[in-house]
Ligand binder design. Structure first.
Ligand code: ADP
Ligand code: MG
Ligand code: MG
Length: 882
């Protein structure tokens, strides 16, 4: 097969659809070339080379060398230069490019092909020795660092020394002679550290650089990034070899990065940063402070923009922005270089963006006629919405702003200051909330960024490593906060006004405003409005699956309804047993000697439960409400230590020893599989009777007095055999009919069950004869199918996932093969005996996108999830239907 794909002068062997083979960068370089954009010519070594390299003990395919030679010849012709030539030498960049973009993960070598001879050729051609030596010293440094793994600090130090010697501040102020001197010193240092001469042979340089890119695929930081983002390691990276263009040839040259729209807010304005007379990653690395590309959002004190300084280059860039957006129909993240006033495109890819920006861009692009509503809905990943569903700073809260930086990634976060990624991870493990504070971040910090609530950096722009990675993670970030002084040694921050913030002190970040505040600032609940509401409206048009919520209180119900919940799928009544002084009555009930005693205690609880249900029904305004009867074992309601037991004994007026005996009697070795759920209902029928009465009286009162329409759904938990349900259903019907007769009205109600035990799923055809609805309790069904307790899984499940024994936590994403199979069997068998059976799920999985899609495909009626995940489930349900 073919291992090398060329691009240049309007022609390309590949195209934008070939990301798997050419990597993201290579595919888009080919695509941009074919649509006529100015891309320096080059060629791509495919990802198959990388895979073969690792499969064959680091050996390349046989035909590769010949293909590279051939491609290099074509490249020489297209650039009209000779690789290694002493008259007009061709210099190239060697760039990695995985399928999915991995910012900063893989390294790039620029100006490759330079040696003591070719540098003379460059001087002759450019008539600019300063430029030639500037490129040369950069090349030696990058080569030593990227290819040979030498610490870049060594060279940075020599450079600083040189600048001090000359009494200048900027690299650009160094002259040709200084740079020529630097090249010598760099080479000497290279030899000293690596014990070999800097390679003068360009072909050797090229192959070693190619090898380094393939090698970097397996570096720990690349492996970490892939793990965090679920990128399989067998995808491999491609290598791009590309003719150099130069942004460091003088003041009509520049290099920069831009987003075709604002990646933080999604606003349709051209956002970017550039540096004059600079090369490569100077912008991203935060070596010099980047300048804005245009005047659109010019602020007092901003450095001159590209629009002013290099107007022709900027004009070309603006045109290309339009072409790219029309062509890709999405926001692009681009890299460019201007050489002597002429613009070159070096990269384009779909721009990473915050959830807020994703929605705004999608909604705007529909209005602009670029995409359809359907495409817009598919543009936003359901899980991404999570970012919008967290609290933001309370606008009315008092805040003590101690510093301002760039609003790099929105959201609000509070936590204790830590200064290293390792400490962030450590504290996170101890369940502490931290803000990671760094002068700047690098790929080595990713694990700490992931563990922190938010990230604060002193250096770097909106396109710095910290900003890009934080946006990708949906983490709040304030970057480029130059006014603070971070002292790693003293473990403290000093603000402009001289205030000291120490490690462990609490701060709050506002990533939307770029503000840093002292202490923990109060936050407010998010809401679905504006573009977000428009967008969710489109999602709702496409979905079939209904979305309900798991809520036990009117407060949670209201939040869920505001997020678009279409009913309550699970109300856990046991939570109501703990409210206020009710627990007292509950305990009396448990300690009662006989049915009469229990009934007396239950009579006290009845009005309170009824009040709870009235509140819920009112809040849900006629939407369906499923109420689960008492589920946990009774011992959960009793105190366990002697002090509390004796206090209880006093209050109830029973002897301590008697209460203690009760507690001991109720002790179970495995409560999860013990005397709970419908088993309580069978042995203590008066408890469920009371609950059914409370539900029905609440409904009757609202129907009778307030004209409500309510169909209560009474759900009986932990059924494993149809006979259990037969008994409990008969009891419930008896009580319900009594209540209706008392109120003199007839209201409809449904009686159904949870399917959370494998036996229930397997015998669902029988169970459905007694149930009007099923709700799959996939939390317990996962526990009982795996035979594993969620509370104890923490000891081994993380290792299972780490080692790939399981590829996902089955309590987060529904195990479709196993647990999902039981859901499918239960659903089909249930419908086989009762065709109209209503079916939903109410486990944690109801708000997890892959599980929601599974439920849609199966044909369930609804999923039910926590209030904050309702919009995520709505969007996932839309994706499932598209
Ligand atoms: P990354 O994936 O880390 O962004 P790139 O391969 O895109 O690495 O290279 C980083 C930067 O190097 C580019 O943004 C660009 O500025 C510069 N660069 C790469 N190739 C060339 C080239 N052929 N000519 C000029 N600059 C280049
Ligand atoms: Mg890089
Ligand atoms: Mg790049």
């Amino acid at each position: 097969s073919k291992f090398v794909y060329a691009f240049g002068v309007g022609k390309a062997d590949g195209d934008g659809s070939m990301k798997e083979l050419l990597g993201g960068k290579g595919a888009n370089l080919a695509e941009m070339t074919s649509i006529g954009l100015p891309v320096p010519p080059g060629f791509t070594l495919t990802t198959e080379v990388c895979t073969a390299y690792y499969d064959n003990k680091h050996a390349y395919p046989d035909s590769l060398a010949a293909e590279v030679d051939q491609a290099l010849k074509v490249l020489e012709q297209r650039m009209d230069k000779t690789f290694g030539g002493s008259e007009n030498p061709l210099l190239v960049s060697v760039r990695s490019g995985a399928r999915a973009s991995m910012p900063g993960m893989m390294d790039t070598v620029l100006n490759l092909g330079l040696n003591d001879q070719t540098v003379q050729g460059v001087i002759k051609q450019s008539n600019d020795p300063r430029f030639a030596y500037d490129s040369y010293r950069r090349f030696i440094q990058m080569y030593a660092n990227v290819v040979k793994g030498m610490n870049g600090e060594v060279f940075a130090k020599i450079l600083v020394q040189k600048k001090e010697e000359k009494g200048v501040e900027l690299d650009t102020e160094l002259e040709a002679d200084d740079l020529q001197q630097l090249v010598k010193e760099f080479k000497a240092s290279y030899k000293e550290h690596l014990d070999e001469d800097f390679p003068e042979d360009p072909m050797q340089q090229l192959w070693e650089a190619i090898g380094a890119v393939f090698g970097s695929w397996m570096t720990p930081r690349a492996v970490t990034y892939r793990k965090l983002h679920g990128i399989p390691s067998d995808w491999g990276t491609a290598v791009n070899v590309q003719g150099m263009v130069f942004g460091n040839m003088g003041d009509d040259c520049a290099t920069g990065v831009a987003f075709t729209r604002d990646p933080a807010t999604g606003e349709n304005y051209f956002y970017g940063e550039y540096l004059v007379n600079a090369q490569g990653e100077d912008v991203v690395a935060g070596i010099r402070t980047p300048q804005p590309i245009n005047l659109a959002k010019h602020k007092e004190g901003d450095l001159p923009s590209m629009e002013e300084v290099i107007p022709e280059g900027y004009a070309q860039l603006v045109k290309i922005r339009e072409i790219l957006e029309k062509h890709y129909k999405d926001m692009q993240d681009i890299e460019f270089t201007v050489e002597k006033g002429k613009l070159y495109m070096l990269q384009t890819r779909t721009g990473k963006r915050t959830a807020q920006a994703a929605i705004r861009v999608a909604v705007d692009m529909v209005a602009e006629g670029l995409i359809t509503e359907r495409e817009a809905v598919l543009r936003v990943e359901p899980e991404q919405l999570d970012q919008l569903l967290h609290p933001s700073l309370d606008p009315n809260a008092e805040k003590n702003v101690i510093a301002r930086g760039l609003p790099a990634s929105p959201g609000a976060a509070s936590g204790q200051v830590v200064f290293t990624a390792d400490e962030a991870e450590e504290q996170n493990r101890l369940k502490k909330k931290v803000i990671l504070v760094r002068i700047e971040t690098s790929p080595e910090d990713i694990h700490g960024m992931n563990a922190a609530q938010g990230i604060l950096t002193a250096r770097g722009g909106m396109t710095s490593h910290a900003a890009v990675v934080a946006r990708g993670m949906g983490k709040c970030c304030v970057s480029g906060c130059g006014e603070i002084k971070i002292d790693y040694e003293k473990q403290q921050i000093k603000t402009k006004s001289g205030e000291i913030v120490k490690r462990g002190d609490y701060i709050t970040l506002d990533g939307s405003a770029g503000e840093v505040m002292l202490g923990v600032v109060p936050k407010v609940e998010p809401e679905v409005s504006g573009n977000f509401a428009t967008f969710m409206g489109w999602a709702d048009k496409f979905r079939r699956l209904k979305v309900r919520t798991n809520a036990d209180t009117p407060h949670d119900s209201k939040i869920a309804r505001d997020f678009g919940a279409e009913g309550i799928g699970l109300c856990r009544t046991e939570h109501m047993f703990f409210e206020g002084d009710r627990i007292q009555a509950v305990r009396e009930m448990i300690l009662a000697e006989n049915v009469e005693g229990r009934k007396l205690a239950l009579d006290k609880i009845l009005p309170m439960q009824k009040g709870d249900f009235i509140g819920l029904f009112r809040e849900m305004k006629g939407l369906p409400v499923t109420i689960r009867l008492l589920d946990p074992p009774l011992h959960e309601f009793l105190p366990q230590n002697d002090d509390d037991i004796s206090e209880l004994a006093n209050v109830v007026g029973i002897r301590f020893s008697e209460v203690k005996e009760h507690v001991a009697n109720l002790h179970e070795f495995n409560p999860m599989l013990g005397h709970r759920g419908c088993r309580l209902g069978i042995t203590y029928p008066e408890v469920y009777d009371m609950q059914v009465r409370a539900i029905m009286e609440a409904a009757c009162e609202l129907v009778k007095n307030e004209g409500f329409k309510i169909i209560p759904e009474i759900m009986i938990p932990l059924i494993s055999h149809v006979n259990e349900l037969k008994i409990l259903r008969a009891n419930a019907v008896r009580v319900a009919e009594e209540v209706c007769a008392d109120y003199g009205i007839k209201i409809d109600y449904l009686i159904g069950t949870m399917i959370e035990l494998p036996r229930a799923a397997l015998t669902a055809d029988a169970i459905a004869t007694e149930a009007e609805f099923f709700s799959f309790g996939t939390n317990d069904l996962t526990q009982t199918t795996y035979g594993l307790s969620r509370d104890d899984a923490g000891h081994f499940l993380p290792e299972y996932i780490e080692r790939g024994v399981l590829n996902k936590d089955p309590f987060i994403a529904l195990d479709q093969r196993g647990v999902g199979e039981l859901v499918k069997i239960g659903f089909e068998r249930g419908r086989s005996t009762r065709p109209g059976l209503k079916v939903g799920i109410c486990g944690e999985h109801g708000g997890e996108p892959s599980s929601v899609i599974f439920c849609h495909k199966l044909g369930l009626d609804y999923v039910s999830c926590s209030p904050y995940r309702v919009p995520i489930a709505r969007l996932a349900a839309a994706h499932a239907a598209l």
